[in-house]
Structure formats: C-alpha cells, structure tokens
Design a protein around this ligand. Structure first.
Ligand code: HAM
Length: 419
C-alpha cells in the first residue's frame, strides 16, 4: 500500500532540527521577558471577518492566500495567515487595555498561507510574533527594533540588513495615494491585470506585486517620504535618532510598503543575502488604527513577526547548546541484566539524567555501535556475570577509558558524573 505523505507546502520538523527550534524559542522567551513581554497563546482558527477587516480585502493574503472554509454550522472560518489581527482580537475580547496602559505580548506558532511553495516559503510556516499595544511614542518603535536586533544577534545571526520606512498617517497618506494613482494611470499598459485593478481599489499594493515589470515601474513612483506631514516626519526622525543611540544601523527604503493594509508610520524589514529569493527574515511596523478598525478604542500598536523556518535555516547544525546525545547508554546482556538495566535506566531518567538502552537482546558489539551512534558520553556494560559479582564496567566513550563500579554505588556514580 502507498504511504500517505504530508500536504504540499506543509513541513515536518524532525530531530535534531527540533533542538534548534527549542533553542530559538528559549532565547526568545528569555530576551522578550527582559523587555517586559508576556506570552499569549491563540487559536489557529478565527472568523474570516477578522482577517478581511484586519489585513485588508484587497491584499494578496486575503484575496488569494487564505485557507477559508464553511464549517458544519455554515460559518466562514479561516486558518490564521498571521497573528497580529488575532492578538488584537484577544486583547479586545478580554479587555486587556482596561488593565494596563501598555500591553506587550508575544506568541509563537503556525500560520497558513496558500502561496506557491518554494525554498523558504511554505503553506504552513511558523512565526515569532511580537506586539506592543498602547503608546505611539517613537521610543516604543526604537525599543522594539532594538530588542528584535538584539534577539537576532543572540541567536548568532550576522550581516543583517535592517530597512526602515514611514508610511505616514491618515492626514498625509491620502495625498501620497493620489500621487501614486496619477503616476500609475500614466503607465497602465505596463502593469499586470491585477495591478491595473489595484489602481482603483488599493494602489499601494502595486508596490509589493511580484510581477517584474510592475516592480520596474514602481521603482520610478513617488515616495511617501516626500508627503509626510510634520508630525510623521518628526516621529520618523526620532525613531532613527533613538536607534542610533544603540549603534543600530539601518537603510531607509522608501519603496517598502509591506503587504498588509494596517500599517501607519514606521515600517521595517530585516533581510539577509543568505536566504536566496525569500530573503526577508522578518517584517513589521506600526498600526495606529487597527485596534479601532477591529471595534476597539483609539489605541496605537506596533509589532513584528519573524519567519521561524527562515531564521532556523540560518543557524548551522550543532550551534545550539542542547547536549547531542545521552549521558549514559546501558548495554545489557542476558535476561537478568536486562531486567536490572530496565529499572536502573528508568530510575535515572526520573532523576533527570538522559539514559538510553536497547531491549532487543542484541550482541555487545551491536549495542556498542548503537551507543556510538547515539553519541552517548558513557556506556555501562552489564551482563548476568556482572550482576552475580555486583559490579559492572563503565566506559568513558570520549576518553576511551573504563573503570569498574560497584552496582550498589552505580546510581550515585552516575549522578556525580551528571553534576
Ligand atoms: P509578514 O511580512 O507577512 O508580516 O510576515 C512576517 C515574516 O513571516 C516574513 O518576513 C517571513 O519571514 C515569514 N513568512 C511569511 N510568509 C511566509 C511563508 N509562506 N513561508 C515561510 N515564511 C513566511 C506579518 O505577518 C505581520 N503580521 C507582521 C507584524 C506583526 N506586523 C505588525 N505586527
């Protein structure tokens, strides 16, 4: 019979890759905690309306990429394509804004987008998502970006390119939008069908069209920087000067508009040349109207999301501090030894020591081979004779030395080694 494989674009994360994932998650918890963030866990399924309203009807995500279906109760549900809208839904549903003037949250988990799968792009992928709700002070933007860069450096990433832009606010964006419409109308014949339609619906989305000729045209388009109102300009300058206090260098990219509709003012991305075509490790920005658009009070927000798979792919194997193999492998020969080893092995495990053994009754040679393959630091050789004599051989697999240990002191000896 044919085996059943995973769905296209959905990926298994296998060991030892999972060790790397654990290391990234632990570091995220440690760094984010220090900056005052708390973890939030959210459902993967939401009402479709949340993303339509939150991300924007005419974005690629909502138009083409969502996993949306009617459930048995005929309600339209969607597997979340991103976490920001869900974080705000939970923030409002549980009135977190009433408890604190600043709410700092992070969440780690899978997102779903039906894009064309390729290296670094999956249909189920994971994000480390971080959001700050409350203040619109530019120092909040700088603090968040600082934490993000510090986290990436702690993980061991080098040669990161931080790109920054400001998308203005409800006062200054309309003039920019009009200028873009005028510009695009003049060159409609050079645009793809989707972008021609976008001129009327959502002209900024032409900026992130993946069709080459649209990209070429956009490079000539007006820049938001020339339309920023004095308040937005000052906000953007303060973000940059606060970042320079921490020697964080960035490049201003006036063409970066991001693929979601909710952004205002500061937007940013981190890219690296080591990722190939899908070169964005993360993206984020400020969203000063999203909370209101989702039915809440006038509260600002800013956040970012890191692509977990892309981040993990940048860390070489073996660079995480998780021990590679067990501390002890028990090679048991004979029935009585096997019974003894079984209880010793599980007693030590319950004391937190990584121990392995093999129940197959295989030869000493093949058990030693297995201990080597597992990268075990020590091997205990236990046969029925050793049980009779109440002592066994403990072999140091790294130094290639061995010593006899009394079975009564065995547990204590292993505990000592573990310390
Ligand atoms: P985004 O730019 O759509 O932003 O996604 C953030 C990151 O998720 C990307 O930079 C990339 O690393 C990763 N990513 C996106 N799509 C895929 C995919 N198909 N396969 C693998 N990785 C992918 C957001 O999602 C916003 N919610 C970020 C945000 C949070 N803005 C404010 N707060």
């Amino acid at each position: 019979m044919k085996i059943i494989t995973a769905v296209r674009g959905f990926k298994d994360i296998l060991p030892p890759e999972t060790d790397k994932w654990r290391h990234i998650e632990d570091t995220a918890h440690e760094v984010f905690r220090a900056f005052g963030f708390n973890e939030i866990r959210l459902p993967l399924l939401e009402k479709t309306e949340l993303f339509r309203r939150g991300i924007g009807e005419s974005t690629d995500i909502v138009e083409k990429e969502m996993y949306t279906f009617l459930d048995r109760g005929e309600e339209s549900l969607t597997l979340r394509p991103e976490a920001t809208a869900s974080v705000i839904r939970a923030y409002l549903e549980h009135s977190l804004h009433a408890a604190e003037s600043v709410t700092k949250l992070f969440t780690i988990g899978p997102m779903f987008r039906r894009e064309r799968p390729q290296k670094g792009r999956y249909r189920q992928f994971n994000q480390i998502d971080v959001e700050v709700l409350g203040p619109d002070d530019p120092r909040t933007d700088a603090e968040l970006i600082l934490m993000m860069i510090h986290f990436l450096r702690r993980i061991g990433l080098k040669n990161l390119n931080l790109e920054l832009n400001s998308l203005g606010c409800a006062q200054c964006r309309p003039a920019f939008r009009d200028a873009i419409v005028t510009f695009l109308r003049g060159s409609e014949e050079n645009l793809c069908g989707d972008c021609r339609r976008r001129i009327g619906t959502n002209p900024l989305r032409v900026f992130d069209c993946k069709v080459e000729q649209c990209g070429e045209l956009v490079s000539q388009a007006p820049n938001m920087a020339d339309f920023l109102c004095p308040e937005c300009r000052e906000h953007f300058e303060k973000v940059q000067s606060s970042l320079s206090l921490f020697q964080i260098s960035c490049k201003i990219n006036p063409k970066m508009v991001r693929g979601l509709d909710y952004y205002t003012r500061t937007t940013f991305e981190v890219t690296t040349e080591f990722l190939g075509a899908q070169n964005a490790i993360l993206g984020g920005g400020r969203y000063d109207h999203l909370v209101q658009e989702l039915g809440g009070p006038d509260i600002s927000g800013i956040g970012f999301a890191i692509g977990f798979e892309r981040l993990a792919s940048l860390i070489p194997e073996g660079e995480t501090d998780t021990p590679a193999g067990p501390l002890l492998f028990i090679a048991a020969l004979g029935d009585r030894a096997l019974g003894n080893a079984f209880s010793l092995c599980n007693r030590l495990r319950m004391k937190g020591i990584r121990v392995d053994m093999d129940y197959g009754g295989r030869s000493l040679k093949s058990q030693m081979k297995r201990a080597n393959k597992l990268n075990s630091a020590f091997t205990l050789i236990l046969g029925d004779r050793e049980i009779d004599e109440n002592r066994a051989l403990l072999r140091n697999m790294i130094a290639s030395t061995q010593e006899e240990v009394g079975l009564d002191e065995l547990e204590e000896t292993i505990m000592k080694i573990a310390r």
